[in-house]
Structures are given as C-alpha cells and as structure tokens.
Design a protein around this ligand. Structure first.
Ligand SMILES: [Zn+2]
Ligand SMILES: [Zn+2]
Length: 619
C-alpha cells in the first residue's frame, strides 16, 4: 500500500485478474478502508485470507517498477532502517512522468534495446522486468586496459558476493574505476558507478562515461522527465554501465556484476529522507543478494569499513606500500598564528602559482562583542553565534539577521578569520588571482593559475592535479567540529585536497597543515598517508561514547512509554529526552537484536506509541 506508515506496513491480498496483465512490481489501485489507494503488486499471495476477496480496481501502468530481486533488496532496507516498505519502493525509482510511458507504448515508436524487449512488459510476462539471453558483449577498449587494475588485484576484485575497500593511488582513481568497469563488462555483466555529487561532474563519472560511450549512461541531475526516461531506458537493457548519485544504487540493471562507490565517506552518500539509507550498506546488500562485487574506493574509508577490513570481513585492495609512499604528497605541519596564517604559509604562498587553501570557517569573522552596549555578541533569536558573511552580520545557527540580543544594534567587534578573510589576505600575498569557495574542477585550466580558498565542500573529485601549494589552514578546528563522523570526514577532505599537490617523488607541490597538535592521530595519518590507525582509534572512541560501530542507531519519537519499552526490546538507550507530550529516544541496537527491536517498534507504532523513526541520524 502506498501509505508510508509503519502501522500499516504489511501486505494485503487482492484479486488480480489475468486481463489486467499485471504482476510483481505493477502499480495498481485497490479499495482500502472505504477509499481507493495506490499500491504495488508484491507477488502471488501465499495464503488466501478467509472471507470475500476484493479486486484490484485499476492498473496504472504497464511498467513493472521492481522485480523479485529488487523487491528482496527493498524488503531488506525496510527491515534494516525500520522504514515502511512503501517508502523504500518510492525511493527506488524516479517519480513517474506518465507521458514518457505513453511515448513508449506505441509499438511504432517504442525504442527497442539492442538486446532486449521494449520497456513495456510484453503480455503475461511474469518473470521480472526483462528476461532475454545476453548477446556476447565486448568492451571497445584497448588491450592495455587492465594494467592498472592488476595492481589492485585484477579480476579478483570482481569475485561475486565480495566487498573490497580499494585505496587508489591519487592519480589512478579514475583509471582504476574505468578498468574495473571494463573488466566487469568483459564478463558479460553490468556495472553501477556511484558518485556523491552532480556539479561539477566528478572526474570518475566523466571518465567512465567517456570510456564506454553509448554503453554507459549518466543517471544524475536533469529534470523529472529526463530522469524518468533514463530510468526506463536503463530498465530496458540499453546500457551496460550506469553512473549516478544515490538513487542509482537501485538502477534496474540485470546481470549486475559490480557496484563501485567513489569517495565512500562523502556525506552525499547518505539519504536525508526516510528511509535514511547509506548507499554503502545498500550497495553491499544488493551485491550480496545479486552475487555481484562491491568496491568501496576511497583514500580514507569510513570507520565502519576500516574495522570490517581490519577484521577481514571485507577485503582490502591497495598497491604496494612503497608505491603508496612514493605517490603520497609531501606534508609539513606548522603551528598557526593569528587568523589561521603563519610565516611559513606566507613564504610558500608568495611563490605559489597555484594553490588551494582549505578553511573550515565560513564568512569573514565571528562577532565577539556589541559595539553599542558591550554585551557579548549572540543572536537575538536563538542566542547562537553571529558571523560576518558578505558584509552582513548573520546568525550561524538559524540564519537570522545578526542583531545584538540586548540592544538590537548590528555593529559588532569582530574576530577575523574564515574563508573571506583568508581570501582577502591571500589576494595581497599570492602572485595570481584569488577565488573564494569555487571548486577547483570548475577552473578552465587544469593547471589552475591562482589560488582557491574554500571549505570542505570545495574539495571535489576533479582528477589528478599538480598544485604548488595545498594549505589546510585550521586543522585543529576541523577536528573539533561536532558529529560522530567529523574526524573521518575531516581526514578524507584533507587527503583528497592534499593529493592535489602531486606525489612527493616529483618534488613539485607541497602540503602545509596548520596545527598545534602534531601528534594527533588524524594529523599523523595525513603526514604518514595512512588512515587506518586513526580510524580504528575513532572506532574505539565511538564505542566508549556508546556508539559501537556496526550497531544501528535510531532516533525514535513517540509517547512517554518509549523510555521503558525500547530497552526491553534490545536497544541500548543512549539518550531519552522529554519533548512536548512525549519522548525522543536515541538508541543503538546490535545487529542480532535488530529483528526483535523492529517487531517491537511496529507493535508500538500500531498502538500509536511510536510516531517517527529515523535510522542513523546525523549526530
Ligand atoms: Zn540564531
Ligand atoms: Zn548591544
């Protein structure tokens, strides 16, 4: 039932007539509690309930939105994230644009795939969305392909049912992806490449699309019509490789051989709406169910990947340590002075033709004191800190115009620091032009004369670069940011940016890190170009704080009864807060108790005691 509520999250049985020509994955309308409600056909009923069986009223489309294999994945998601199956199904394909289906429905105009039937299900086909003998397919790639992949284990990476953390050499990130996809296609299977962002098109995505021409498709960005049309075409079997963002993890490809996840730690890989899935987990589940391989490619893996790799639960593919070291950038550390500057930075910047300066603070500075009444500066609406950005005082928390909470003045004494201030200063120091917040990839020339000042979001997958200088200007502040994932994300950002200085063996660029904590494991990880010890330390720290890596985290809202019922169902309560008329609970659940916990949540939802469940909340 297309009713996204846990309380009614179970299958219902209806009579589906043969002349409807519908089956698993069909979108239908059925009578439900005196109304007509949309729903999807999940398959034939195992048992027929007693009493009169109501009939399906309408079949909306001849498109089947999932097959049995995809349904298994969606059921897994619904269990894992304690989300209604309806919500999981709705996230698995783009919103329908009905006219796109009617275009396909005329046999004269129906585009046919090279090897499959048209997108619309042929009569009485009950076996998934498409079943057709695969014609032999050969990649159109030169023989030299595979040489880079061999460094990482070659064909072994594609072993069905395996997950591997692959740590590319910075210059090989795109090549090794293209070669892995080529190796997958060479076996007659298909591949999905997942990237965290759309703009600018990540270099990995571009490399795959260019290498495979019309055998590959970009399933990212675009308007609703374009997205739906692309989805229909993928389902139609037109493409062997799909490159996309989160939703592409559900790409309706048959004969899946590989899912590649680029930059695994990137926050863009997590869905912010119910069912709040992380594509790492979904991709691993899908490849397990469909006997494909999952490759997590990143300079810095997630803490979860690091501990599973350490335990041998997932494989590791890295080039020889010697190669990693030779290809690592040269990193030096120095203590920062005022406004995140240092004499060393000035000296390096003066002769840098190209540089990227990474800062973790927005704006021009932080308001410290009201110039009219002398009170400490704080937002009049929420008491949050006030910053100066583009010449305006604004609250960093709620975004209100920054005025003094005491007297209403908007004139503050400011402590300078932040990307705008750094850019202002760099413009007086560096020989070339200075840009703020731009991503390096948008530069017209890969040599990028000039300086870019940006925050973590400016660090994108732009392919190999050779900058004279990469500055991480406030590393200590970045490490202090709140959030369970702050440490791993900071290190990932630093390593990806640091790689822009090129390998130390070339003696070209260098990386300067401002820190007063030279011995901090994250700083040491960057200097030594080895992330694992830091990530394993993070895992221990998380476990001590109550968040054991590998255990699920849920934020559950509901009645005051929750405080007692959730721990009874196997959850370790981390935090329970009384909110208006109820309770908000933060709980962790070990994998072995997840099924029992879910059952209890469904029961509580049924009696109105649970109103909302959020899996893996951003903490
Ligand atoms: Zn505020
Ligand atoms: Zn004031």
């Amino acid at each position: 039932m297309a009713v996204p509520r846990l309380a009614v999250d179970r299958p219902f049985t209806y009579l589906l007539k043969e002349e409807h020509e519908a089956g698993t994955g069909s979108l239908v309308s059925v009578p439900f509690h005196g109304r007509t409600v949309k729903g999807w056909v999940l398959g034939p009923a195992r048992t027929i309930p007693e009493g009169r069986l109501l009939g399906v009223r309408k079949v909306h489309s001849r498109v089947r939105f999932f097959d049995e294999g995809m349904l298994r994945l969606l059921l897994w998601m619904s269990e894992r994230y304690i989300a209604p199956l309806a919500t999981c199904i709705e996230r698995s394909y783009p919103p329908r644009v009905v006219s796109e289906e009617s275009l396909l429905e005329s046999p004269a105009t129906a585009p046919r795939s090279r090897r499959g039937p048209p997108a619309i299900e042929p009569k009485a086909s009950e076996r998934g969305w498409r079943r057709q003998q695969a014609a032999p397919r050969r990649p159109r790639l030169p023989d030299s392909f595979g040489r880079v992949l061999a460094r990482y284990g070659g064909q072994q990476l594609l072993e069905p049912g395996t997950t591997t953390w692959l740590r590319p050499l910075p210059d090989e990130e795109q090549t090794v992806c293209v070669e892995a996809v080529a190796a997958c296609l060479a076996t007659g299977k298909r591949a999905v490449v997942l990237v965290p962002e759309v703009e600018p098109l990540p270099a990995t995505a571009r490399a795959v699309l260019e290498a495979f021409g019309d055998r590959a498709v970009a399933f990212l960005g675009g308007d609703a019509r374009q997205r739906y049309r692309t989805w229909l075409h993928i389902r139609d079997g037109r493409f062997d490789a799909v490159v996309g963002t989160r939703p592409a993890v559900f790409a309706p490809l048959e004969d899946l051989g590989l899912i590649w996840i680029s930059r695994e730690v990137h926050p863009g890989h997590r869905e912010d709406r119910s069912p709040y899935y992380n594509i790492r987990e979904v991709a691993m589940a899908r490849t397990r169910l469909e006997e494909a391989a999952c490759l997590l490619a990143s300079l810095v893996p997630s803490v979860e990947t690091a501990i599973e790799a350490e335990a041998g639960a997932i494989r590791t593919a890295r080039p020889a340590r010697r190669l990693e070291r030779e290809n690592a950038p040269l990193v030096e550390t120095v203590a920062p002075e005022a406004e995140d500057r240092s004499a060393r930075l000035t000296a390096l910047l003066r002769r840098a033709r190209s540089a990227a300066l990474i800062v973790s603070r927005r704006g021009y500075g932080v308001a410290r004191v009201c110039r009219s009444c002398g009170d400490p500066a704080a937002c009049a609406v929420c008491r949050g800190p006030v910053i100066i950005e583009r010449g305006q005082a604004i609250c960093r928390v709620c975004g209100s115009a920054g005025v003094c909470a005491n007297c209403g003045s908007d004139s503050f004494g400011v402590e300078r620091g932040g990307i705008e201030r750094v850019a202002e200063w760099a413009a007086r120091t560096a020989p070339g032009p200075v840009l703020v917040e731009s991503s390096i990839g948008q530069q017209p020339s890969p040599l990028m004369p000039g300086v870019v000042v940006g925050m973590a979001a400016a660090v994108k997958d732009v392919g190999p670069l050779r900058l004279d200088l990469v500055g991480i200007l406030d590393a200590d502040r970045a490490l202090l940011r709140p959030g369970v994932h702050a440490g791993e994300q900071a290190l990932a950002t630093w390593m990806e940016a640091a790689a822009w200085a090129g390998p130390r063996s070339e003696e070209g660029g260098r990386v300067l890190v401002h820190t007063r904590r030279h011995g901090h494991p994250a700083i040491q990880a960057l200097v030594r170009w080895e992330p694992l010890p830091f990530l394993l330390a993070e895992a221990r720290a998380r476990a001590e704080a109550g968040f054991v890596p590998g255990h699920s985290v849920f934020r559950v809202a509901g009645s005051t009864a929750l405080g007692e019922s959730l721990p009874a169902a196997g959850a370790a309560s981390v935090l329970a807060t009384a909110v208006e008329g109820g309770t908000l609970c933060l709980v962790t659940v070990p994998p072995k108790d997840l099924a029992r916990f879910r059952k209890e949540i469904l029961r509580l939802a049924g009696q109105g005691d649970v109103t909302r469940v959020e899996a893996e909340p951003q903490l």
